[in-house]
Ligand binder design. Structure first.
Ligand code: GLV
Ligand code: MN
Ligand code: MN
Length: 419
């Protein structure tokens, strides 16, 4: 690591990342826990905070028309292509403080450090804090990164949140001009690659005693909104044999998803939301709404499971006299990380004295949007507490954040030498 000139600051990067993650966690939509969903007041404040941090780090900054925060550490040649180092700043409900933000803050301190060294690169270093990855408010992930990758689906502008507000209206209310989204798309020849640091969100690195790992591939997913319609009735008067209970049908479906998705190694299926609208203790449920998320490292395995789940819905429909409507809301293909960039990361990991461990990601990441447009790679950071994430119990250590920052700095300098 001598060549990077960072040896004198041992530990400093990690401490600063932890402090900044704590600072950003102050803004939340809920009084207990961290929730920061697309274009909420908390979300807009966090965007402004990140922009200010980028400015203080000496970057040229901008909040774009989908609320991504972009900070550029410019190359000497303004016509040079860019290396994007990025992740997201939105969160799930009752989130941890590192999912997404760890990657944003690592990229930020990396650019800040290069500026302090006065070290110019043969490419622009674009630090991007994507505005939306989790899909919480509009049931669609990657709103921020899809725009920059030129993959934003304009049909989503009509998608409504739980309050009935369309994405288009939410953007207009925030002063964001949706007609400018196509102009955000980066061109292939303007990019050197895409790198993302992210908390692992699983137990592999923890169990193997490693601070960081290199992502080999990112799982693909299919997401659906399912509505089951039965017949509401009096809980005391309708005999069991005459019922068309929407919640009981949902229960069967949930158990089938669990059983079917246990049948292949990387296959997983989750019903993350399950509601009986207007339910009451003395009413047979007439309607049930649920979400379905099915993923696999292999798209064919996932699609076979989805097809079986849809067949099971038909069987439940026939058996119980209910109707089941399943609307697919998102489909992302599994992504292989670039062999070239994995090697650069692995060399930097070895340079930091750590065994290079390659592992697949079961979670979706902004990096997926850039696959096909440019080379993508990711560095995972060990997740404490047994690997729990999407939870306030999500934790990393300053030491591991420090290793990640050093590895990224080394990787960027290695890329600079070969570009
Ligand atoms: C993003 O966090 C996902 O659901 O994979
Ligand atoms: Mn994330
Ligand atoms: Mn997440």
């Amino acid at each position: 690591m001598q060549r990077t000139g960072v040896g004198a600051e041992s530990g400093g990067f990690g401490q600063r990342i932890m402090e900044l993650a704590d600072r950003l966690a102050h803004w939340s939509e809920s009084s207990d826990g961290l929730t920061c969903t697309y274009l909420s007041p908390a979300h807009r404040t966090v965007a402004a905070q990140i922009r200010d941090l980028m400015r203080e780090a000496g970057l040229t900054t901008e909040i774009d028309t989908v609320a991504n925060v972009i900070g550029r550490y410019p190359a000497a040649d303004s016509a040079a292509p860019a290396l994007i180092v990025a992740s997201h700043y939105d969160t799930v409900r009752n989130a941890g403080r590192y999912d997404g933000r760890l990657g944003v803050l690592t990229a930020l301190i990396l650019a800040e450090h290069l500026g302090r060294l006065g070290r110019k690169l043969p490419f622009h270093l674009d630090v991007i804090a994507f505005s939306e990855e989790e899909g919480v408010r509009f049931s669609s992930s990657f709103l921020g990164s899809s725009a920059v990758a030129g993959r934003f689906d304009a049909k989503l502008l009509e998608r409504r949140d739980a309050q009935g507000v369309t994405l288009a209206a939410a953007m207009a209310e925030a002063g964001l001009d949706a007609t400018k989204i196509p102009a955000l798309a980066r061109r292939r020849d303007g990019l050197v690659g895409y790198l993302e640091v992210h908390i692992e969100q699983g137990p592999v690195l923890l169990e193997e005693g490693l601070p960081v790992g290199i992502v080999s591939a990112i799982t693909g997913s299919v997401r659906s909104m399912v509505t089951i319609t039965g017949t509401a009735g009096h809980a005391g008067t309708v005999p069991m044999a005459r019922r068309h209970d929407a919640a009981a049908a949902a229960a069967e479906l949930v158990l089938y998803v669990e059983k079917r998705c246990a049948q292949a190694p990387t296959l997983v299926g989750t019903v993350g939301k399950l509601v009986v609208p207007n339910g009451a203790i003395n009413i047979i449920p007439g309607r049930c709404e649920l979400t379905l998320d099915v993923r696999s490292g292999d798209d064919a395995t996932r699609d076979a499971a989805m097809s079986d789940i849809l067949s099971e819905m038909e069987r439940i429909t026939a058996r119980r006299g209910v109707t089941i409507d399943s609307q697919e809301v998102q489909r992302t293909a599994a992504v292989q990380c670039s062999a070239r960039l994995q090697k650069v990361l692995a060399d930097a990991v070895v340079g930091a004295g750590v065994k290079p461990r390659h592992l697949p990601s079961g979670a979706g990441h902004d990096a997926m949007m850039f696959s096909g447009l440019t080379d993508v790679a990711m560095l995972f950071v060990r997740c404490g507490n047994g690997g729990v994430s999407h939870s306030p119990r999500e934790i990393i250590t300053a030491e591991d954040a420090d290793v990640a920052a050093r590895v990224m700095l080394d990787a960027v300098l290695r890329l600079a030498e070969t570009s």
